[in-house]
Ligand binder design. Structure first.
Ligand code: NAD
Length: 685
């Protein structure tokens, strides 16, 4: 049964009961219509309460029905909504917890709504590249006003019922319940049982509000992503047109977006993130080791940020440095980062202190003896790492998980200095570690299954999106990034400029182009790696332009100059870089060439695809969708394009291979897996 029916006094109570999230499956929709009809037919019933389970009124469509005939089968959600809205007896929604998407649209069909203050109210459809499809775009503005409704819909971010109930003039909630929401709703239903006509959201009108600032902000942020702007247009329709016209417009937009490439990409991203949690060769039921106290070694750029993740989740952290001044500096940065959140109103001052209280500074590795998980974030130098791990091995308790945050070094070589290589794993956070969602969990040759599971579980606990990688230089993300950066440098050599390349890539939807990203991360990091490689192999071709940039001391934002000049954080094209490029082009007989933005994007994205195919074939990544997750969560790849492997699947692998050959010349060899799949009509999975 996906609904249940009962009568309490003269009030019928219909409970939606479809665990885990009360998704509106076909059986649930049938159950609601049947139960409402039963209440209407029962002369002993004066009013109806429609509720869910504690914590979930309903989180909307049932994702297990996505893409199946059941998704739209009769009764569809609009039919359920019409049944309730047109009911001759009052229906009161009793909401505790999530009322999201279709769940909120369902609640907007009832005549009254009672909710607990902490309930989460939202229309997150834009996150899947669509707009609400069962009246949400027309009804939410009618109860919350155009601007607030548009903000909720275009951001896809839920708000609390308590916050919305406090909005002046709102018609969304009739009462906020302190305790048992069903009892409160039943009481309310009794009070209003005789009131006629029944208030229907559809009969309200929406006042015009200035939506232009929101539109400008969306255009700036969404970078070609359609759904939020479409949602905004539908709110405007709610203001200007009768509801049935608005509902028709909503249906048309919904149908067009559901069938769009963007929505397919976002659905892929959603399922890819879930798939990444599964590790096929680890036995189901492998339990994570408990993690109650964490140690972090190194309080530099990464160590401080890594520590913050655990403090935010209420997990105590001991952080160890070599010298008092480095320790003090690290703690100051952590406090400053929290202070910024307090200043922005995102964190209470008392929470700042509570978090800092969970952080124990130390100059002695022996203080890590009680930690269940130790994460090393010292200098990227194998000798330093080996010495740290040898010493940690001597002090950490039995069963502790020992993790390294190395970006490029061999996790197995680090593990080998300990007497417990099975307890060693890579946990590769991204900078800034307290902000970036991605965590690459690097599985060494000897990493135990439960150690891997522990790293994944603790990562998820602190809100990271975790992807398993095998050991190789750069793991999944940075290894591929090298090819992407090479493609960008190659374009410079062919006559393009950094601004032109960044502009094209940002127009595609990347958060930042490769040159602005280089300036932010520091161009000296790549230069140090190149210099090491040139020393190892003097025949290696030089990155003349990038090397010249660094020789001129232009390391990026930290030196106030890089691929761009900087006015504050504003990047402006630099005459110095123009001269440097002009000099290179003159010496190599190249002339300044303007590239089609689409070609620029394809050169860079297909370089990622090709490198991704190699990573996949070597088993560094478990599945193509994991590679997409890495790029979506760690590198600012536009979510509505689904990631480099999904994008290539969509374009078609033969077209990708053809384009790469055109870009690089016939002698160039694509990744064997890419070539084979293209030949066989396959796709990345
Ligand atoms: P950093 O130089 O900012 O910080 C390293 C800190 O480690 C310094 O404060 C140093 O005093 C401390 N340290 C050195 N030896 C120590 C020891 N024996 N015991 C305790 N502390 C010691 O470097 P970072 O950028 O934070 O990088 C740290 C690690 O994280 C490196 O392995 C790096 O490759 C990796 N990483 C960096 C980034 C990034 O963007 N910066 C991203 C991902 C991973």
């Amino acid at each position: 049964m996906s609904t249940s029916y009962g009568v309490d006094g003269r009030v019928a109570v219909i409970r939606i009961d479809n665990p885990p999230v009360n998704g509106l499956s076909h059986a649930t929709r049938e159950g609601i219509v049947r139960d409402v009809q039963r209440a209407l037919d029962d002369a002993e019933v004066d009013a109806v309460v429609l509720t869910g389970r504690p914590g979930f009124f309903s989180a909307g469509a049932d994702i297990t029905e996505f893409g199946t005939p059941k998704a739209g089968a009769d009764p569809n959600l609009p039919t359920v909504i019409a049944t309730i809205e047109n009911a001759a007896k009052p229906v009161v929604a009793a909401i505790d917890g999530a009322a999201l998407g279709g769940g909120l649209e369902l609640a907007l069909s009832t005549h009254y709504r009672v909710a607990t203050a902490k309930s989460k109210i939202g229309l997150p459809e834009v996150n899947l590249g669509i707009v609400p499809g069962a009246g949400g775009t027309q009804r939410l503005p009618r109860v919350l006003g155009a601007r607030l409704a548009a903000e909720i819909m275009t951001s896809g971010t839920p708000r609390s019922a308590g916050e919305l109930a406090a909005v002046e003039g709102q018609r969304l909630f009739d009462r906020i319940a302190d305790g048992d929401v069903v009892a409160a709703a039943a009481q309310f239903a009794t009070e209003v049982a005789a009131v006629r006509p029944l208030p229907r959201v559809r009969d309200l009108t929406v006042d015009a509000e200035d939506l232009e600032p929101l539109r400008r902000q969306l255009i700036r942020r969404s970078r070609g992503f359609r759904a939020p702007l479409e949602a905004l247009s539908l709110v405007e329709t709610a203001v200007s047109a009768p509801i049935d016209e608005g509902l028709a417009a909503e249906r048309a937009t919904f149908a067009s977006l559901v069938a769009s490439d963007q929505s397919a990409a976002l659905r892929h991203a959603f399922f890819a993130e879930r798939a990444a949690r599964k590790i096929p060769d680890v036995p189901a039921g492998t339990a994570a080791r408990p993690v109650e106290r964490v140690g972090v070694i190194g309080a530099g750029t990464m160590g401080g940020g890594i520590a913050m993740n655990f403090l935010n989740a209420g997990i105590p952290v001991t952080i160890v440095e070599t010298a008092q001044d480095a320790l003090d500096r690290g703690l100051r940065v952590v406090r400053k980062n929290y202070q910024i959140q307090v200043d922005r109103g995102k964190l209470a001052g008392s929470d700042l202190e509570r978090r800092m209280d969970l952080l124990t500074p130390s100059l002695d590795l022996a203080d890590l003896a009680e930690c269940d998980l130790v994460i090393e974030a010292v200098f990227e130098d194998m000798d330093v790492k080996r010495s740290v791990f040898a010493r940690v091995d001597g002090v950490a308790k039995a069963g502790a998980v020992l993790a390294t945050n190395t970006s490029t070094l061999d996790v197995d070589e680090i593990a080998a200095v300990t007497k417990r290589p099975a307890d060693v794993v890579g946990m590769h956070f991204f900078s800034p570690a307290n902000v970036m969602k991605l965590l690459e969990v690097v599985r060494g040759a000897q990493t135990a299954d439960d150690v891997l599971v522990t790293a994944m579980a603790v990562g998820q606990r602190v809100g990271k999106t975790c992807v398993v990688a095998r050991v190789c230089d750069g793991f999944i993300g940075n290894r591929m990034l090298a090819s992407y950066r090479d493609a960008a440098y190659d374009l410079l050599r062919r006559g393009a400029t950094p601004a032109e390349i960044d502009g094209a890539v940002e127009g595609f939807g990347f958060a930042m182009g490769p040159f602005r990203m280089g300036d932010l991360a520091g161009n000296d990091i790549g230069w140090a790696i190149r210099k090491r490689r040139y020393a190892e192999d003097p025949s290696l071709p030089r990155d003349e332009i990038a090397d010249a940039l660094c020789e001129a001391g232009r390391f990026g934002q930290k030196t106030g100059a890089g691929w761009y000049d900087y006015e504050g954080r504003n990047a402006v094209p630099s005459p110095v870089v123009d001269d440097l490029l002009a000099d290179y082009w003159r010496r190599h007989g190249v002339s300044r060439t303007t590239f089609d933005p689409e070609e620029i994007v394809q050169r860079l994205v297909f370089a990622l695809t090709d490198a991704g195919a190699r990573v996949l074939e070597e088993g560094v990544a478990l599945r193509a969708s994991d590679i997409d997750v890495v790029y979506l969560f760690g590198y600012g790849f536009p979510r509505h394009e689904g990631g480099p492997m999904h994008y290539a699947n969509r374009v078609g692998l033969p077209a990708v291979v053809e384009a790469l050959r055109r870009f690089h010349g016939d002698g160039w060899q694509p990744a064997p897996l890419l070539e084979r799949l293209a030949r066989e009509g396959g796709r990345f999975v």
